[in-house]
Design a protein around this ligand. Structure first.
Ligand SMILES: C[S@@+](CC[C@H](N)C(=O)[O-])C[C@H]1O[C@@H](n2cnc3c(N)ncnc32)[C@H](O)[C@@H]1O
Length: 214
């Protein structure tokens, strides 16, 4: 009986930041068993993603692969990637292992770790792209996760700046997704949004879902 797990999921549908509600809704709808997250940070949302996936699979069958710099994040990269300082890999590994899922955390810059290691994972069910925020890193991450994307894989991007055609202060995925070939890729911007006041006005941030067309 998964009553408590379902209650936890229903609470996630009211979580903040608002746009994360779409992340958990997508996991519940598509029922992924093998999940990849680019940009793990403290593993808090990873644990919630895993719990949501386990609504539909035995926990011990859920596989989570997380890519992050962890303790390799330098002050320069923190600034360049407009990032947040994560805990150590070992701390996040210990926390996520408490879920009972199969946890693999890959430490390093995804510009190097994804080309070196991602294709060995084969096709996965769900990918959340939320690592480095520079347009160059998002572009690199997108290129290197393509061997993981099958016809049923759901890819969620954070940092789709809805009211901006191009990047904002060097970040945002809307320029990259806007340039995708619509004959090959289906892109949908998800509700709800978060709004951030900037010097120049309000930045509207959403998640975007990308799927390979059959
Ligand atoms: C915004 S946080 C991720 C938040 C997390 N996805 C969540 O929902 O809670 C970004 C993370 O990406 C990592 N990161 C930034 N640039 C990276 C890079 N080039 N390669 C690997 N990880 C990177 C940072 O260490 C940080 O933990």
């Amino acid at each position: 009986m998964k009553l408590f797990a379902w209650i936890a999921y229903w609470k996630l549908l009211r979580t903040k930041p608002f746009r994360y509600r779409a992340l958990f809704r997508e996991i519940n709808a598509h029922k992924p068993r093998r999940l990849v997250e680019i940009g793990v940070f403290n593993g808090h949302h990873a644990a919630q993603m895993i719990q949501t996936a386990a609504l539909h699979h035995p926990m011990e069958k859920v596989e989570y692969y997380g890519f992050d710099l962890f303790e390799d994040l330098t002050p320069e990269l923190l600034d360049y990637e407009k990032s947040k300082q994560p805990p150590t890999r070992a701390q996040v590994q210990a926390m996520l292992e408490r879920s009972g899922a199969r946890i693999s955390l890959i430490k390093g810059n995804t510009r190097e770790t994804l080309p070196a290691q991602a294709s060995a994972l084969g096709v996965v069910d769900f990918i959340f792209v939320d690592g480095g925020h520079s347009v160059e890193t998002i572009q690199s991450d997108w290129e290197h996760i393509q061997p993981l994307i099958g016809p049923h894989t759901v890819v969620i991007f954070d940092d789709f700046y809805e009211n901006k055609a191009q990047d904002v202060e060097g970040s945002g995925c809307q320029g990259i997704l806007g340039a995708l070939d619509p004959a090959k890729w289906q892109v949908e911007v998800l509700e709800p949004a978060d709004r951030f006041l900037k010097e120049w006005g309000t930045l509207v941030v959403k998640f975007a879902r990308v799927r390979r067309r059959a």
